[in-house]
Every structure is written in C-alpha cells, then in structure tokens.
Ligand binder design. Structure first.
Ligand code: NIG
Ligand code: FE
Length: 400
C-alpha cells in the first residue's frame, strides 16, 4: 500500500500493533485474514479509513500507541440466548454424571423467565453482554425463546433490543407445558398473534427444528409467517439428531443454520451449493457442555461451506459467553486451524448476520476491535482459558 496523504481533522492513528488481522485479503499477507505486521489503523467517525504497515500510515491529529499487541476484528457472536432467569447448574452436573441432554430442560428456564421482572431480565442480559465485551465481542445477536407467551416473548425482545439491533424472535423454541397435547394450537399462536406482537421488535425469526422441538412443516410455517412480516429467517437444526433443518434453511435462503452437528452428505452438498447463501454456524460450547460429539468443521470447510462460530450462550446447553473459549475448542476438537477459527468467529459471524460493516477491519468497516495481550492471534487457541483480551474498542473508542 502506498503512503497516504494526511488524514482529515479528527482522525486518530492507532499504532504499535505487532500483528493486525483485517480479514481483508487485499491487505498484508494476502491470506483470507489479511494479516499485517508492525501495523497501524487510521480511524475517523467510528470507521477504519486506512490500515497497513505503520511506516506508511498517514499523519493524523491524534495518535494512540498500543505498545506492541496483536489486534483482531471484534468477535461477532451471531447466536446467543441472553434473556432468561434462573439457573441450571444442577442439570449440568447431572449431565456430567452421565444423564443425557434433551430439549425438555428449557421448560425450567421458561418458568423462571416468566416469573422475573423486566428489570431482572435486563440486568442479567446486560451482565452477560458485559462479559462478552470483556472477552472481545463487539457484535452480539440475542434471541427470545424463554417466554413462550405473546407478552413474554415480546418483552424479551424489548429487553434484547436495548442491548443490540440483532434481535431474534424464537417463539418456536419448544412447545410450552400448558400446550402439551395441543402442539398445533401452539404453532398457530406463534405464527399469528405472537409473531404480530414480536415482529416490530425483531430483525430475525428462528425455530428450533430438531428432535423434541419442531418438525419441518411446523418450522416452515413459523419461518414463513415471520418472513411475511419482514423478518429474516435463521434456524436451529441438526443439533440433537439428523433431521430436516439444514435442507429447510437452504430452501428458504436462511442466513444461517446453527449447530450442524448431525449432517449427511446431502446436507453438506446443499450448504456448499453455488447458489447457497446459508452459513453453517457451529456452537462448540454446546457440545462441550452437553458432552456431545462435535460437528465436523473440517468437512464443511473442505467442501466450501462458509462456517461461523458462536457461543450459543444460554443457561442450559452452553453457559459460556466467551468467544475465545469457543474458538479454542473449535481448533482443538473440530479440525479448524487457528486462522480458520478466528475468521469464523469474526467475518463468519458477520456473514451469518448478513453484515458487511463488522467482522473485518477493512476500510469502511466499523472500528470495532479487540487488543490481545499477545504477539499474535494464534495465542487465542495456543493459550486456552487465559484472558488474553486486554481491551475492546467500539467505533474507535475503548469500551468501558
Ligand atoms: O441452542 N437448541 C436449542 N436451544 C438452545 C438450548 C436452550 C436450553 O437448553 O435452554 C441451544 O442449545
Ligand atoms: Fe441456540
């Protein structure tokens, strides 16, 4: 990159970056990660206006020196269930003693969530977002799904909307206990009155299409009702057993199908198809915490599928808010390289949310990034469990 002329008034040079991952293959080493050594970024109006070798950085009014740390795009956690109350530690302990995970445990969180006040729900969700920020996450998607009445789902989405624009209506999480034996009535409620009340507060519509939750016809009915009201589809599928989730997601051009643990060759082929726009979002925390088999990330990537990594943060199957943890597990147990896992946790998450302004530090992107107390991003997987994120910046400013 050629030296640029001086940047405009108000711009800031952020230098002293030992290794900058931009996710822009036009920069630096030309790889997907677009890694630049001894780098700087220039930020103005909350956006990256220049990135490259520090020696070529344009002058600006202000300079910040990061003192020789690695910088990565902020993590994009494209799948989280943060609006809930209660605790399921006993269920986790029982699983670790040999009991299996099933979709039924969700009912206990539903009861606690319905009994909580709006303030309690907000306080809990905001605390989890704060944990995420401390671990380098700058964009998060938040689902409803523990209310399962029209009022409780819409208030869950209002709580979520105070924390992120990426809100997802998941009224079809499971059939609540009061509808036992009347599942058709519940699906009818979700796809009419409930989605009408929730659509103004959501960007996305999601369904848990799996064993013990909803089948393909039910999932399609709910997703199409959401789409008719302007919501964009995404889907939980193929977590607990092989099922129709992936094929349905591709058929509806969903932005993402999440979990993807039990896939057959036709599923991989559908996701890899030239016209496919559906990202496979893998959630290593769920397999870790349910002691289940991990999805085969290697097979998906080798087939050409776009893969994202997210936390699935929820009180039942994956109570972690840490993208670095999920990234380390993906590298250790899912066959991903450290570079692939970082891309999936940043640019991949952005693709899963159909966002081009986050997940990269290319010119024009939001200056949302994490500073690592490490010389290279590889340390995220090399030093599992260590809090390596020493600073998270949003729109070019350090986040409190
Ligand atoms: O993504 N799979 C469905 N929903 C959550 C689990 C929710 C729960 O157990 O409370 C998940 O893993
Ligand atoms: Fe989930």
């Amino acid at each position: 990159m050629t030296p640029a002329a001086g940047a405009g008034a108000g711009a800031t040079v952020i230098g002293g970056i030992s290794e900058l991952v931009t996710n822009d293959p036009r920069l630096g080493d030309g790889s997907e990660l677009g890694t630049v050594l001894d780098a700087a970024m220039v930020v103005d109006g909350g956006q990256v206006i220049w990135a490259g070798p520090e020696a070529q950085a344009p002058a600006a009014d202000r300079r910040v020196d990061l003192g020789g740390h690695a910088v990565i795009p902020g993590f994009v956690d494209s799948h989280a269930h943060l609006v809930f109350a209660g605790d399921r530690a006993a269920e986790f302990a029982a699983r670790m003693a040999g009991y299996p995970y099933s979709a039924g445990g969700i009912a206990s969180t539903v009861a606690a969530t319905r009994a909580a006040t709006d303030a309690e729900l907000f306080h809990r969700a905001a605390g989890l977002v704060h944990e995420m920020r401390s671990a380098g996450t700058t964009t998060v998607e938040i689902k409803s799904g523990y209310g399962l009445t029209t009022d409780d789902e819409s208030r869950s989405l209002r709580v979520a909307g105070r924390l992120t624009p990426e809100t997802t209506f998941l009224g079809a999480h499971v059939v609540p206990v009061e509808y036992e034996g009347r599942r058709d009535d519940y699906v009818d409620l979700v796809r009419t009155e409930m989605v009408d009340a929730c659509a103004p507060h959501a960007r996305w519509v999601d369904v848990f299409c799996d064993r013990g939750a909803f089948d393909a016809d039910e999932a399609r009915a709910v997703l199409e009702a959401g789409m008719a009201r302007g919501l964009l589809p995404r889907l939980h599928g193929n977590q607990l057993a092989h099922g129709p989730g992936v094929q349905l997601a591709v058929a509806l051009s969903a932005a993402s199908v999440d979990h993807c643990t039990h896939l057959d060759a036709a599923d991989v082929e559908a996701l890899a198809g030239a016209a496919a726009t559906t990202v496979a979002t893998l959630l290593p925390g769920a397999e870790f915490s349910t002691r289940a088999r991990y999805p085969d990330a290697r097979a998906l990537i080798d087939a050409g599928v776009v893969v994202a990594i997210a936390t699935d943060c929820n009180p039942g199957s994956s109570y972690t808010s840490s993208m670095p943890f999920c990234l380390a597990v993906a590298v250790r147990d899912m066959g991903m390289t450290p570079g692939e896992a970082l891309w999936s946790a940043t640019a991949g998450g952005a693709r899963a949310l159909r966002r081009s302004d986050v997940g990269a530090l290319a010119v024009g992107c939001r200056a949302d990034f994490a500073v690592l107390d490490a010389p290279s991003y590889v340390h995220l997987a090399y030093r599992p469990g260590v809090a390596l994120v020493s600073g998270t910046w949003l729109g070019g400013e350090p986040s409190p």
